[in-house]
Design a protein around this ligand. Structure first.
Ligand SMILES: [Zn+2]
Length: 200
């Protein structure tokens, strides 16, 4: 992993005198999710492959609440290699569909608490996949504020500058076509009355 200022620093703070690799080894050793991934701590596994494992959350928000994690120990998303991020989201998609089939849920909340400011408590990066039904009492309150034009411009510039052109939009025409297509599918899926077992 490359060294990056703030995030790495915040992980390594504390003045322990340990090297980054020693801290990492200690984190792995003490990480219950590493032990779950390796099978040393029992958990209800629902999916596993070479890269990741998915288990039932022991304190689920809804039936079928799944924790999907890489087998390797990474604390925050920044550390997770991009191919593994892709892999995790493909697995999350499968788990989401499985929840829709298994529990006749009508939607899925998928999220990562990335960093303590975002409410992260586990030391191991993971995605939550939570089947949702109308009227379930899961509170995911995200405030909705007004965004003045000037501020929108300033914020958009700040994000673009921070990306440094690293993530460039590509194949605009094809992308738009694809998005339109997938949005149609999503709209159809979300508005269609449930017909169990029809979703792939
Ligand atoms: Zn771990």
């Amino acid at each position: 992993m490359s060294n990056n200022g703030a995030e790495e620093e915040s992980l390594e703070s504390g003045g322990s005198g340990l090297s980054p690799s020693e801290i990492e080894a200690l984190q792995r050793k003490n990480c219950v999710f590493c032990h779950i991934a390796s099978g040393r701590v029992p958990a209800k596994k629902v999916y596993e492959d070479n890269e990741c494992v998915a288990v039932l959350d022991i304190n689920p928000a809804n039936p079928g609440h799944i924790l999907l994690m890489p087998k390797e120990h990474y604390t925050i998303m920044y550390q997770v290699p991009e191919p593994l991020i892709e892999h995790l989201f493909v697995a999350a998609k499968g788990l989401s569909q499985a929840g829709l089939k298994a529990f006749q849920s009508k939607g899925t909340t998928i999220f990562a608490a990335n960093g303590t400011s975002a409410g992260q408590r586990a030391p191991h990066f993971m995605l939550h996949v939570i089947p949702r039904v109308p009227g379930d009492s899961i509170g995911m309150y995200i405030p909705s504020r007004t965004l003045p034009q000037k501020e929108a411009e300033r914020i958009a510039l700040a994000v673009s500058a921070a990306l440094g052109g690293k993530i460039a939009p590509h194949k605009e025409e094809k992308k738009e076509e694809k998005e339109e297509h997938s949005l149609d599918a999503v709209t159809e899926f979300l508005t269609k009355p449930t017909s169990t077992g029809e979703h792939k």
